[in-house]
Design a binder for this molecule. Structure first.
Ligand code: DX5
Ligand code: ZN
Length: 220
């Protein structure tokens, strides 16, 4: 099933409760939560206390994307805060396998993320361990950037790998520049989960989410 995961990076932070509840009513499947540390990426967002605050406000799964150097330092905090899935970047840690094990040991689903410059081969050794692979379709750090079509080959490669390996059982997520024009190609390439920040919030939430779902479904 194709899932739409609006990124709350594009929400009104002073009205986060309202926006999150509106997203749930509007048909979002998951909430994508972008954590930025000002080191791994140039921008900063917020920390685990915001996840703690969000948790009782929604029944939607919290899809937590850590754009943080040495993310293993914060895994326990984000797990305790109520994350359903925690994703760490392959580029952000010397100990990717250990980091993913830490997430699983904390009782949370584990995901690995690759930047546009990182090939799928860099994460092949952990593909049997993860519940989700996130292919960045922009350089991480900011919402509202332009989709990089060359990333679609990585989505196809991950879908093929999953078909060919019985021990691989992950969803494929795309993040960055996903909108009504780009989502079809992502779905066609094999993506299952679609993060959309600026597109979702640039109009009526329910209409935007329904448009994305339809476009993903039609292309599949
Ligand atoms: C970018 C973040 C994204 C971002 C997507 O670093 O990881 O989740 O919010 O925003 P849009 O959909 O506007 O590209
Ligand atoms: Zn993200």
């Amino acid at each position: 099933m194709k899932q739409i995961a609006p990124s709350i990076l594009s929400a009104d932070f002073m009205n986060l409760q309202r926006d999150v509840q509106n997203l749930e009513k509007a048909g979002a499947d998951l909430l994508h939560v972008d954590i930025m540390d000002g080191m791994f990426v140039p921008n900063m967002s917020f920390g685990p206390q915001v996840v703690t605050g969000l948790r009782p406000l929604t029944t939607l799964g919290l899809d937590v994307h850590l754009m943080v150097e040495q993310p293993e330092r914060y895994i326990e905090q984000f797990a305790a805060a109520g994350s359903d899935l925690i994703m760490i970047h392959a580029e952000a840690t010397q100990h990717l396998y250990r980091g993913l094990q830490m997430i699983k040991d904390a009782g949370v689903k584990a995901g690995v993320v690759i930047n546009p410059g990182t090939p799928v081969s860099a994460i092949e050794p952990v593909l049997s361990l993860v519940d989700q692979v996130l292919v960045m379709t922009v350089n991480p750090g900011f919402g509202g950037q332009k989709f990089i079509p060359a990333m679609l080959d990585k989505v196809t490669e991950l879908a093929t790998y999953r078909d060919q390996h019985a021990d691989a059982d992950y969803t494929i997520e795309v993040d960055g520049g996903v909108n009504d024009q780009t989502i079809g190609a992502c779905a066609k390439a094999g993506a299952d989960v679609f993060v959309a920040g600026s597109y979702t919030f640039a109009g009526d939430l329910a209409t935007r989410i329904a448009t994305l779902k339809q476009a993903a479904h039609d292309a599949d």
